[in-house]
Design a protein. Structure first.
Length: 139
């Protein structure tokens, strides 16, 4: 028996919806999202090994010295000093058995070279206990 593939009424609309392309698109998007999601998470996280402080170092109050780097010079604990005085003070701190913690702040308009100069002086005097002070973005 021969089968006929033409419609009986040629002007009648086809009421069947072909969803094969939609299903293929859905599976393709699912695969793309399954592959890309772990990659996005890896980009946002950076694995670091955080230091651990012992109780003795955390509980002992240590002296803190504030160094303010200005475009025209330096201030140490609120007193304006020159570059030579800063070098002498940092050399004195470097010779101490337990040097103070040095908090370094700089104004936003301060040239970066001034901050690098202070960091170089700290490195020369083997001072490693420093804080680089910033302010939160929302303030």
């Amino acid at each position: 028996m021969a089968r006929s593939f033409h419609r009986k009424k040629p002007l009648e609309a086809n009421s069947e919806l072909n969803v094969t392309a939609l299903i293929d698109l859905g599976f393709a998007l699912l695969i793309i999202f399954m592959i890309s999601t772990p990659l996005i998470e890896k980009e946002q996280m950076m694995e670091i090994d955080l230091p651990v402080a012992s109780e003795s170092s955390a509980s002992s109050p240590s002296e803190t010295v504030d160094i303010l780097v200005l475009p025209e010079g330096y201030q140490m604990d609120g007193n304006r000093i020159g570059t030579l005085d800063l070098e002498n003070e940092l050399a004195r701190f470097g010779q101490m058995s337990e040097p103070p913690v040095l908090s370094i702040r700089a104004e936003g308009i301060t040239p970066y070279q001034n901050v690098v100069t202070v960091l170089d002086l700290l490195k020369q005097n083997k001072l490693k206990r420093i804080n680089l002070v910033t302010r939160p973005e929302d303030q």
